[in-house]
Write a protein that binds this ligand. Structure first.
Ligand code: PHE
Length: 347
């Protein structure tokens, strides 16, 4: 091995020892730079005889080429290593499950409410919304349920620690019937003195409250009440409207209604409406779904109309109960537990 072979293998070790591009360039300068060892060797040739110069020059050139080849290879290796390190550092684990933004949706009771509203709207009913904190007069007295009357205990009412002008406690409305009074009063005022008053056709869906809690009762629940008052509205219309509603709501004609005599202070006669499906999981059972009746003359008066002229019917159905039957839910409280595993099933 001559001095040039030595130099080449030294350069190779030096280059290999350089761990970064900058170090490699420093090492390169020690060989091929202006003051590098190869450059020194070339300068040293000046002292040689012409024929020696030729062979020595060729050898030095060869050594230079080998060093340059080593340098290129090392540069490439360092660049490859750098790229590999960068790729490793920026590596994405594509097997990780993505962070998804869950799609929201409507609560099953809200869906049911929208569905009921759409069906009644298609039959020409308006939708009325109103206060959940009511006066004693609106919740009871106007509905022919006078103070100290035993019928008041049909609804275990929540009272609010606030009084109205008459000094009576306000209440969390135990039904949406007060909205029927409010709506009808406004309607009667608007048409006061007119030769003909258009019929009142309205539903009042919304939250209602009673001191009650078990699998089919919750202290907060939802009702949809309906009212149709005109000059020639009868029980026959109630039956037709309610049957149409039930068929549309449950998407079946295979359903029968039964009107059972009942009592409500605000209607006379009064009935409970039961449904029976001809097929499906609930087939054959009578299921109570609504209270109903012909609006009591006293209530017509409180609405601002003349019972000799105006007559109509009202009904009040449990919206949650309708949702339970439609979706096959056994415990009403599940609707209000806020458990997304339950709620997401209805999306
Ligand atoms: N308001 C009654 C209740 O909540 C339901 C009802 C409404 C009954 C209209 C008859 C007529 O129990």
């Amino acid at each position: 091995m001559n001095d040039l072979d030595d130099l080449v293998s030294q350069a190779e070790r030096d280059f290999a020892a350089a761990g970064a591009p900058a170090e490699l360039e420093d090492a390169k300068a020690r060989y091929t730079g202006k003051a590098g060892r190869l450059t020194d060797l070339l300068k040293g040739m000046a002292a040689l005889a012409p024929d020696e110069k030729k062979t020595r020059g060729a050898q030095i050139n060869q050594a230079k080429q080998r060093i340059e080849a080593l340098l290129t290879a090392r540069r490439q290796a360092l660049a490859d290593a750098e790229l590999a390190a960068q790729l490793q550092a920026e590596r994405l684990d594509v097997t990780l499950p993505g962070r998804q933004r869950g799609a929201g949706g409507l609560h099953p009771v809200s869906r049911t409410m929208a569905r009921v509203e759409a069906i009644f709207a298609s039959m020409g009913f308006d939708v009325a919304d109103g206060p959940e904190i009511e006066t004693d007069w609106m919740s009871f007295t106007a509905l022919n349920n006078p103070e100290n009357h035993p019928a008041r205990s049909m609804q275990d009412t929540f009272y609010v620690d606030m009084q109205d002008e008459a000094g009576r406690w306000l209440n969390l409305r135990p039904h949406t019937s007060p909205m029927q009074i409010r709506y009808a009063q406004a309607h009667a005022r608007r048409h006061a003195g007119a030769a003909h008053m258009p019929d009142i056709r309205v539903i009042a869906p919304g939250r209602t409250y009673r001191v009650d809690s078990d699998a089919t009762h919750s202290p907060m629940f939802h009702q949809v009440e309906g009212l149709w008052v005109g000059e020639a509205v009868s029980f026959k219309d109630l039956k037709a409207v309610y049957l149409d509603f039930v068929r549309a709501f449950f998407e079946t004609d295979d359903v029968t209604l039964r009107f059972r005599p009942s009592y409500f202070p605000f209607t006379e006669p009064s009935a409970e409406i039961d449904v029976q499906f001809g097929s499906g999981p609930l087939a054959g059972r009578w299921l109570e779904i609504s209270g109903a009746g012909q609006v009591h003359p006293q209530v017509i008066r409180h609405m601002g109309m003349d019972p000799e002229r105006h007559i109509g019917f009202a009904f009040g159905s449990g919206l949650d109960r309708l949702a339970m039957l439609r979706y096959g839910v056994a415990d009403l409280r599940q609707f209000f537990d806020g458990d997304l595993r339950f709620l997401a099933q209805f999306q």
